[in-house]
Design a protein around this ligand. Structure first.
Ligand code: URA
Length: 243
């Protein structure tokens, strides 16, 4: 059982600041179970109590989770001195001030970014201990016909200062100039896909993240668009990191 104040309950749902939601309460627009409540400090059991605003039942959630299709040309940050930043797309979101991106994509990388205000989930998804898979679609320079990269599925790849976790490359198409691949890595190291492909001799020309763990990029989202994660998607993501 989790008890919180009625004004926090309403503010967490985006109905305004604490001050603003107090007004809604004083205007007798808020009902808890069978009674109109006019005390902002009234304790709500978020699992059992039924809270209505103007007669409409509200579903509580403390945190907010979005799937964003990052366009190329944006820095994964709240703001940046040189380039536009991904959080600009969330400026009109009621939770804008609390939201941040989970992990990082390069300036020129597109695709799936989770945007949330849930620090614990974010921390776990990014933490190497959980080995969350990240899958990318990439176009690389050069001909991958007949190549086999299965040894990296067992031993990873050695660099001067580190060895990657095992990763998988699936070739989708190959031609003399360029090839298309799916590459799945289990770490969030800076430029990891570009470093791997560069070392193999096939530099990345285009990169798009299409999956984080069990969460797939919704292909109906155009670059620059976002949507809320569904209850099911949130539950599945949390399960992956024991939350
Ligand atoms: N690997 C990269 O090289 N770039 C990204 O943006 C993500 C993974």
């Amino acid at each position: 059982m989790k008890k919180i104040r009625l004004d926090k309950f309403l503010a967490d749902l985006g109905f305004g600041t604490r001050k603003e939601v107090k007004k809604l309460i004083k205007q007798k627009r808020v009902q808890v179970n069978d009674s109109i409540i006019n005390s902002p400090s009234y304790a709500i059991d978020t699992e059992k109590d039924r809270v209505y605003l103007d007669g409409e039942l509200l579903e509580y959630s403390e945190h907010h989770y979005y799937m964003f299709n990052k366009p190329s040309g944006y820095v994964t940050a709240r703001e940046d001195r040189t380039y536009p930043a991904v959080m600009e797309f969330f400026e009109d979101n009621p939770f804008y001030k609390k939201l941040f991106p989970v992990g990082r994509l390069d300036l020129d990388t597109e695709g799936l970014l989770i945007i949330t205000d849930d620090g614990q989930l974010s921390h776990r998804i990014a933490h190497p201990k959980w080995e969350i898979e990240k899958e990318y679609y990439a176009v690389v320079k050069g001909d991958l016909s007949g190549k086999n990269f299965s040894r990296y599925e067992k031993e990873g790849m050695k660099f001067k200062n580190f060895t990657t976790k095992p990763f998988k490359i699936k070739i989708l198409s190959a031609s003399p100039e360029k090839s298309e691949i799916l590459i799945t890595v289990k770490e969030g190291k800076h430029h990891i896909v570009k470093k791997i492909m560069e070392k193999l001799g096939y530099p990345v020309l285009y990169l798009k993240r299409i999956r984080i763990g069990n969460l797939k990029l919704d292909e109906t989202l155009e670059p620059g668009e976002y949507r809320e994660l569904t209850e099911e998607e949130i539950k599945n993501l949390k399960k992956l990191v024991n939350l």
